[in-house]
Write a protein that binds this ligand. Structure first.
Ligand code: G1P
Length: 274
């Protein structure tokens, strides 16, 4: 069972300045919902209702979003707009939200280690809210939990990317397992390699399921690419023991950390409504 989902949400979102100067990037909306709400909904669809958020300075809007707003609710009560809050109210009443602050920005690995206090000694999921994933029938995290239940080790979601984009992602090499065409046992992984050094065009996207020994590994992991503590490097320690599976998920992903991806997601969700 996976009971908890960690949301690293301390990053500055510099690609969206000035919009992210006083607004957390996780609160940027695709249509009327902020990115992090899509992530929480994906976790809930996967059977998770304990959300652990690694936050930071300037991120209080996230806490306020997942809380009751008495004045607002009083103001719109009985009117036509009241139903607009139904979804978020449902999430708030079905989930718990816990927060801890990452004091310095030192990489995704460091953010995940900061979340240890909220996770403890159990396997857990991670959603990077700026990777917005969609599958009508079965959410990406729900698919990954099935893979975790089968292999009982860490799982990363992967996608084929054009070779010239390898410098933006963790990139894996692996062997297909059990006659599948979508599930690999990882043999190598490199953080943001140049295309000439990339072991494949299979990129890790912002969905992980990790076993709790990752925290001890992260404590020992030295700064890597960009001088930051990389989850990719820590996962390589598990991969050397054959303990990381890469799963090519079914569905769509939008890189909402980039303006192009954000606009693409906005248009796609808008068209879907019509
Ligand atoms: C992080 C990881 C990278 C992964 C990516 C997925 O990079 O370090 O391995 O491929 O998330 O979104 P970031 O996008 O935070 O630079």
């Amino acid at each position: 069972m996976i009971n908890k989902c960690l949301f690293p949400a301390a990053g500055y979102g510099t690609r969206f300045l000035p919009a992210t100067k006083a607004t957390p990037k996780e609160m940027l909306p695709i249509l009327t919902k902020p990115l992090i709400q899509y992530g929480v909904e994906e976790a809930v669809r996967a059977g998770i209702n304990t959300m652990a958020i690694v936050s930071g300075r300037g991120k209080r809007a996230i806490e306020d979003h997942f809380d009751i707003s008495y004045e607002l609710e009083h103001q719109i009560k009985g009117g036509s707009k009241e139903t607009l809050l139904d979804e978020i109210r449902g999430l708030i009443s079905n989930c718990t939200f816990s927060y801890t602050r990452q004091l310095e920005i030192r990489g995704l690995g460091h953010a995940i280690l900061t979340g240890e206090t909220l996770i403890g000694k159990e396997s857990f999921a991670i959603i990077l809210a700026d990777d917005l994933c969609h599958n009508e029938n079965k959410g990406v995290l729900e698919q990954m939990i099935e893979v975790y239940e089968r292999y009982q080790c860490s799982v990363v979601a992967i996608e084929e990317i054009p070779m010239e984009q390898t410098h933006k992602y963790g990139v894996i090499a692996g062997k297909l397992v059990d006659g599948t065409d979508d599930t690999y046992r990882i043999t190598d992984m490199v953080e943001k390699p140049d295309p000439k050094d990339a072991p494949s065009n299979l990129a890790i996207i912002g969905r992980y399921i990790l076993t709790p020994d990752i925290f001890d590994i992260l404590r020992e992991t030295k700064a890597g690419k960009g001088g930051e503590i990389q989850i990719t490097d820590a996962l390589m320690t598990q991969a050397k023991e054959g303990r990381v599976i890469a799963y090519k998920f079914k569905g769509k992903r939008f890189d909402c950390g980039s303006v192009d991806g954000f606009v693409e997601a906005t248009n796609w969700f808008y068209d879907k409504l019509k």
